[in-house]
Design a protein around this ligand. Structure first.
Ligand code: ATP
Ligand code: MG
Length: 570
């Protein structure tokens, strides 16, 4: 492609709306154009990179026997009703009606539709295993679309689904996907790691996420440097350092208007570790009191697991009715008929302070078991930096990361709901065992930029660069410069390399700036000065390394550099 003819609208200014580096660079390099919150047009340069990523994913999926489909985006309500996700997906799902008034959605994911195809067609254990995939646009009305393409409301995902006869088969399909994801991310030039994850609204047992460390990431990964333990903060466990306390007598103290942990600990001159948060929740099964140490936070994902059903904080009137006090002054002592669940860090604690179920009063010196009953101890808190690793008890780190992929063992939730059963070898009907595996194309692109960019612009790994070679004639008016540039342009394209040539009549400085910004890995600079020595320059964007090569005999050298860079990524 000749830059004089290309639509690559680069810009010097940093766009004000862009919060993260990759977003700024993609806008400045003319790769994308915003349309609405979380919705973008991909301009030619951006689309070329996404297509490269798509190609790598397709090759790797085909290699494990994946079969490519293309399912509809418009999806009818009834199959989502069958799995309960029409309700469960809530406002995340874009919904619409057709002219006859029938409900449709823009699919946020495709478990239901793939399972429905399996339900009609996979009949016998002999028809499995199967791995089905597609690379397609997903729609999610994300509550806070921001950070550019990192959290779009319309985005590209490769989603695949495995169908197996038994748990052993599922294990194998899951393992294949884990390996495939590792190969895909390696070929895309990403430094990544995997963490244990939550299954969210997917349901199912085991799940792992593929993460890329980045300050732009919206996820938090809990990592142990000593033993390699790694988990998403949503599900990570830890050992909280115990807070030592003496046995005390229970006392009621006057705490006028002091409701929050800070207020009470300030007023009573005690550290927050001595306090206990008493949280009243209303679940579908009834009211539950949740107890957490004062310096800890309730982890929503864990609470969801523990409750096993929908729950919400009690309304002020409900709190008053059930405890006789306002929120901030409530506690477990003397509560009848309400289940009490406590976080593990409270087991064996002494001298605790919490509400007295009487406005403006707290109780001090409390001990679980002695002064109030606990129906169940379980892990309910969010890990804090400095907590101890659950496996080796070294201190844990918490780092921001981008989730690029997620693999799940689904089990039979979808096959049962949609009637996807098969006849096993004994002639019995059984539900198909499913797995589901997603990887985000934009997230890979964003992560690659975040991970490799420098102060001058993007630094593409060669496998996903929009072009491999950037020919940069310093002065296109100069006869020999132009002749050689045209020659290498033709020769390299003839050899099926992807080449961009800056044939514009612009100052060399401007061309260098654009080249750095766009980030093509191999630059071939052709200028009068080096031509006088009989040379042209090959320069690597990533390292700045320069090779001076014979001006008349550079094609093989350029080809060899591109091939070496590509080979390094396999
Ligand atoms: P998140 O936790 O970031 O919201 P998720 O867990 O809902 O993502 P999955 O349903 O597991 O995402 O989707 C599989 C993959 O699709 C993710 O690993 C990610 O790469 C990509 N993805 C999900 N949501 C978005 C989005 N809003 N924009 C871009 N990519 C996304
Ligand atoms: Mg996920």
């Amino acid at each position: 492609m000749r830059l004089s003819k290309a639509f690559i609208p680069t810009q010097k200014e940093t766009p004000a709306e862009a919060e993260i580096l990759s977003h700024r660079l993609m806008l400045r390099a003319g790769m994308i154009k915003p349309h609405a919150a979380g919705i973008y047009s991909y301009l030619p340069l951006g689309w070329r990179t996404l297509r490269k990523i798509e190609g790598i994913i397709r090759e790797e999926m085909d290699r494990i026997g994946g079969q490519e489909f293309l399912l509809p985006v418009l999806s009818k309500r009834d199959i989502w009703e069958k799995t309960g996700r029409w309700q469960q997906a809530g406002e995340l799902m874009f919904r619409l009606k057709d002219r006859k008034g029938a409900d449709l959605c823009l699919a946020p994911t495709h478990e239901e539709i793939f399972a429905a195809i399996a339900a009609g067609q996979i009949r016998s254990y002999r028809d499995m295993p199967q791995i089905w995939y597609q690379i397609q646009t997903k729609f999610r009305d994300e509550p806070r679309p921001r950070s550019g393409l990192l959290r779009g409301r319309q985005f590209l995902m490769k989603d695949s689904y495995s169908f197996d006869v038994d748990v052993g088969g599922l294990d194998q399909s899951y393992r294949l996907h884990r390996e495939v994801y590792q190969r895909i991310l390696k070929r895309c030039g990403l430094d990544f790691f995997t963490v244990r994850a939550s299954s969210g609204i997917m349901g199912g047992s085991e799940s792992e996420e593929f993460m890329v460390l980045s300050s732009a990431g919206e996820d938090k990964a809990v990592l142990c440097k000593s033993c390699g333990y790694a988990a998403n903060l949503e599900v990570s466990t830890s050992k909280a350092p115990a807070y030592p306390c003496e046995t005390e007598e229970v006392k009621k103290v006057y705490t006028p208007g002091k409701k929050t942990i800070e207020e009470v600990s300030g007023y009573l001159h005690v550290p927050p570790q001595r306090l206990m948060k008493s949280l009243l929740m209303i679940s579908q099964k009834g009211p539950v009191m949740v107890l957490i140490r004062g310096d800890h936070q309730l982890n929503e994902t864990k609470a969801q697991q523990v409750f096993g059903c929908e729950f919400r904080p009690a309304e002020p009137e409900e709190v008053l009715k059930l405890t006789g006090a306002q929120a901030g002054f409530i506690g477990p002592v003397g509560l009848e008929g309400i289940e009490i669940i406590a976080d593990l860090a409270l087991k064996g604690a002494r001298g605790l302070i919490t509400g007295a179920n009487e406005d403006d009063h707290h109780l001090t010196g409390l001990e679980p078991g002695r002064d109030f009953k606990v129906d169940r101890y379980t892990d309910l808190r969010t890990v804090l930096p400095g907590d101890l690793c659950p496996e080796c008890t070294s201190p844990l780190d918490i780092s921001s990361a981008i989730e690029v992929g997620h693999i799940f063992k689904l089990g039979t939730k979808y096959s049962e709901a949609l009637g996807a059963t098969f006849l096993d070898a004994d002639g019995e009907h059984r539900p198909i065992i499913m797995g589901s595996y997603g990887i985000g194309l934009e997230r890979i692109m964003v992560s690659a930029i975040e991970q490799h960019a420098d102060k001058d612009g993007i630094v593409w790994p060669i496998t996903i660069a929009p072009y491999q070679v950037h020919i940069l004639p310093l002065n296109f008016e100069h006869e020999e410069v132009r002749r050689l540039s045209e020659r290498y342009y033709d020769v390299l394209i003839g050899r099926r390399f992807e080449v961009l040539m800056d044939d514009r009549n612009l100052r060399a400085g401007t061309k260098f700036k654009d080249a750095d910004l766009i980030g093509i890995p191999v630059r071939v600079t052709i200028g009068e000065r080096t031509l006088k020595e009989g040379k042209i320059e090959i320069r690597l964007r990533k390292t700045g390394k320069v090779y001076k090569v014979d001006k008349n005999d550079a094609a093989d050298k350029i080809a060899a550099v591109v091939e070496r860079l590509s080979a390094e990524m396999h």
